[in-house]
Design a protein around this ligand. Structure first.
Ligand code: HEC
Length: 141
Protein backbone atom coordinates (compact mmCIF):
# COMPACT_ATOMS: atom_id res chain seq x y z
CA UNK A 1 0.00 0.00 0.00
CA UNK A 2 1.25 3.50 -0.76
CA UNK A 3 2.18 5.53 2.25
CA UNK A 4 -0.30 8.31 1.50
CA UNK A 5 -3.11 5.80 1.34
CA UNK A 6 -2.09 4.24 4.64
CA UNK A 7 -2.04 7.67 6.25
CA UNK A 8 -5.48 8.40 4.82
CA UNK A 9 -6.94 5.12 6.06
CA UNK A 10 -5.39 5.62 9.51
CA UNK A 11 -6.79 9.14 9.71
CA UNK A 12 -10.27 7.97 8.76
CA UNK A 13 -10.05 5.17 11.31
CA UNK A 14 -9.01 7.50 14.11
CA UNK A 15 -11.68 10.07 13.24
CA UNK A 16 -14.37 7.43 12.98
CA UNK A 17 -13.46 5.76 16.25
CA UNK A 18 -15.07 8.43 18.35
CA UNK A 19 -18.13 8.62 16.12
CA UNK A 20 -18.84 4.96 15.81
CA UNK A 21 -17.45 3.23 18.87
CA UNK A 22 -20.84 3.12 20.58
CA UNK A 23 -22.94 1.90 17.68
CA UNK A 24 -21.59 -1.64 17.54
CA UNK A 25 -21.43 -2.26 21.28
CA UNK A 26 -23.95 -3.16 23.94
CA UNK A 27 -24.10 -1.51 27.37
CA UNK A 28 -21.29 -3.68 28.77
CA UNK A 29 -18.97 -2.65 25.94
CA UNK A 30 -19.23 -6.00 24.13
CA UNK A 31 -19.36 -5.84 20.36
CA UNK A 32 -22.85 -6.92 19.35
CA UNK A 33 -23.11 -9.58 16.64
CA UNK A 34 -23.87 -8.11 13.24
CA UNK A 35 -26.85 -9.85 11.69
CA UNK A 36 -28.00 -9.26 8.11
CA UNK A 37 -31.77 -9.18 7.41
CA UNK A 38 -33.19 -12.58 6.47
CA UNK A 39 -34.01 -11.44 2.90
CA UNK A 40 -30.28 -11.09 2.25
CA UNK A 41 -29.90 -14.88 2.36
CA UNK A 42 -31.79 -15.07 -0.95
CA UNK A 43 -29.03 -13.18 -2.80
CA UNK A 44 -26.86 -15.55 -4.82
CA UNK A 45 -23.35 -14.89 -6.06
CA UNK A 46 -23.80 -14.60 -9.86
CA UNK A 47 -20.09 -15.05 -10.65
CA UNK A 48 -18.43 -18.24 -11.84
CA UNK A 49 -16.11 -19.76 -9.31
CA UNK A 50 -12.87 -19.56 -11.28
CA UNK A 51 -9.30 -18.35 -10.91
CA UNK A 52 -9.87 -15.08 -12.81
CA UNK A 53 -12.59 -14.06 -10.35
CA UNK A 54 -10.43 -15.08 -7.38
CA UNK A 55 -7.50 -13.06 -8.76
CA UNK A 56 -9.72 -10.00 -9.07
CA UNK A 57 -11.09 -10.55 -5.57
CA UNK A 58 -7.56 -10.91 -4.22
CA UNK A 59 -6.42 -7.65 -5.83
CA UNK A 60 -9.39 -5.80 -4.33
CA UNK A 61 -8.91 -7.45 -0.95
CA UNK A 62 -5.25 -6.49 -0.93
CA UNK A 63 -6.03 -2.87 -1.82
CA UNK A 64 -9.10 -2.28 0.36
CA UNK A 65 -9.34 -4.82 3.18
CA UNK A 66 -5.91 -6.14 4.24
CA UNK A 67 -5.18 -3.12 6.41
CA UNK A 68 -7.91 -4.14 8.88
CA UNK A 69 -8.74 -7.80 8.18
CA UNK A 70 -5.16 -8.94 7.50
CA UNK A 71 -3.34 -10.90 4.82
CA UNK A 72 -4.79 -14.19 6.10
CA UNK A 73 -8.21 -12.81 7.02
CA UNK A 74 -7.71 -13.47 10.73
CA UNK A 75 -7.90 -9.76 11.64
CA UNK A 76 -4.53 -9.86 13.40
CA UNK A 77 -3.42 -6.43 12.19
CA UNK A 78 -1.68 -3.49 13.85
CA UNK A 79 -4.75 -1.35 13.23
CA UNK A 80 -7.11 -3.96 14.72
CA UNK A 81 -5.20 -3.80 18.00
CA UNK A 82 -5.95 -0.11 18.30
CA UNK A 83 -9.66 -0.34 17.42
CA UNK A 84 -12.51 -0.76 19.85
CA UNK A 85 -14.73 -2.15 17.12
CA UNK A 86 -12.84 -5.27 16.04
CA UNK A 87 -12.65 -6.24 12.35
CA UNK A 88 -14.14 -9.67 11.64
CA UNK A 89 -11.95 -12.78 11.66
CA UNK A 90 -12.88 -14.56 8.41
CA UNK A 91 -11.33 -17.87 9.46
CA UNK A 92 -13.94 -18.56 12.14
CA UNK A 93 -16.98 -20.81 11.89
CA UNK A 94 -19.52 -18.04 12.62
CA UNK A 95 -18.30 -16.11 9.59
CA UNK A 96 -17.94 -19.03 7.21
CA UNK A 97 -21.34 -20.59 7.92
CA UNK A 98 -23.35 -17.51 6.92
CA UNK A 99 -24.78 -17.11 3.42
CA UNK A 100 -22.96 -15.26 0.64
CA UNK A 101 -26.03 -12.99 0.53
CA UNK A 102 -25.61 -12.02 4.19
CA UNK A 103 -21.95 -11.18 3.56
CA UNK A 104 -22.91 -9.20 0.45
CA UNK A 105 -25.42 -7.19 2.48
CA UNK A 106 -22.93 -6.40 5.27
CA UNK A 107 -20.21 -5.45 2.84
CA UNK A 108 -22.61 -3.21 0.90
CA UNK A 109 -24.21 -1.48 3.91
CA UNK A 110 -21.30 -1.30 6.37
CA UNK A 111 -21.43 -0.69 10.11
CA UNK A 112 -19.29 1.82 11.96
CA UNK A 113 -15.66 1.55 10.89
CA UNK A 114 -16.65 -1.01 8.29
CA UNK A 115 -17.61 1.36 5.52
CA UNK A 116 -20.52 0.79 3.10
CA UNK A 117 -18.60 -0.58 0.12
CA UNK A 118 -21.55 -0.16 -2.26
CA UNK A 119 -20.41 3.42 -2.60
CA UNK A 120 -16.92 2.33 -3.70
CA UNK A 121 -17.18 -0.99 -5.49
CA UNK A 122 -19.47 -2.38 -8.17
CA UNK A 123 -21.70 -5.34 -7.28
CA UNK A 124 -19.45 -7.54 -9.39
CA UNK A 125 -16.39 -6.37 -7.44
CA UNK A 126 -18.15 -7.05 -4.15
CA UNK A 127 -19.06 -10.60 -5.23
CA UNK A 128 -15.48 -11.28 -6.37
CA UNK A 129 -14.05 -10.12 -3.06
CA UNK A 130 -16.56 -12.34 -1.21
CA UNK A 131 -15.44 -15.33 -3.24
CA UNK A 132 -11.83 -14.58 -2.34
CA UNK A 133 -12.53 -13.99 1.35
CA UNK A 134 -14.21 -17.38 1.62
CA UNK A 135 -11.20 -19.27 0.27
CA UNK A 136 -8.71 -17.11 2.13
CA UNK A 137 -9.30 -19.02 5.34
CA UNK A 138 -8.92 -22.38 3.64
CA UNK A 139 -5.75 -22.20 1.59
CA UNK A 140 -2.88 -19.99 0.54
CA UNK A 141 -4.31 -18.12 -2.46
C1 HEC B 1 -11.06 0.40 8.59
C2 HEC B 1 -10.98 -1.04 8.81
C3 HEC B 1 -11.73 -1.95 7.85
C4 HEC B 1 -11.55 -2.07 6.49
C5 HEC B 1 -10.59 -1.31 5.59
C6 HEC B 1 -12.44 -3.13 6.08
N1 HEC B 1 -13.15 -3.61 7.14
FE1 HEC B 1 -14.46 -5.14 7.14
N2 HEC B 1 -14.87 -4.84 9.08
C7 HEC B 1 -14.24 -3.92 9.88
C8 HEC B 1 -14.84 -3.95 11.20
C9 HEC B 1 -14.45 -3.07 12.38
C10 HEC B 1 -15.85 -4.94 11.16
C11 HEC B 1 -16.76 -5.36 12.29
C12 HEC B 1 -18.06 -4.62 12.16
C13 HEC B 1 -18.99 -4.93 13.30
O1 HEC B 1 -19.22 -6.10 13.59
O2 HEC B 1 -19.49 -4.00 13.89
C14 HEC B 1 -15.83 -5.47 9.82
C15 HEC B 1 -16.71 -6.45 9.38
C16 HEC B 1 -16.69 -6.97 8.11
C17 HEC B 1 -17.60 -7.97 7.63
C18 HEC B 1 -18.78 -8.55 8.40
C19 HEC B 1 -18.46 -9.88 8.95
C20 HEC B 1 -19.56 -10.45 9.79
O3 HEC B 1 -20.01 -11.54 9.48
O4 HEC B 1 -19.99 -9.81 10.75
C21 HEC B 1 -17.24 -8.28 6.36
C22 HEC B 1 -17.89 -9.28 5.43
C23 HEC B 1 -16.11 -7.46 6.04
N3 HEC B 1 -15.79 -6.67 7.12
C24 HEC B 1 -15.44 -7.49 4.84
C25 HEC B 1 -14.54 -6.51 4.45
C26 HEC B 1 -13.98 -6.44 3.11
C27 HEC B 1 -14.22 -7.47 2.02
C28 HEC B 1 -13.23 -5.30 3.07
C29 HEC B 1 -12.54 -4.71 1.86
C30 HEC B 1 -13.37 -4.53 0.68
C31 HEC B 1 -13.25 -4.71 4.39
N4 HEC B 1 -14.06 -5.47 5.20
C32 HEC B 1 -12.55 -3.58 4.77
C33 HEC B 1 -13.22 -3.08 9.53
C34 HEC B 1 -12.74 -2.91 8.25
Amino acid sequence: MEKSRLVLVSTIVVLSMSLFSIQAQDASGQQTPWVAPAEADALVNPLDDNQAVLDKGKALYTAECVVCHGRYGNAETDIAETLEQKPKNFTKEDFLTQSDGAIFWKLSEGRGLMQPFKTMLTEEEIWSVIMYVKVLAQDDN
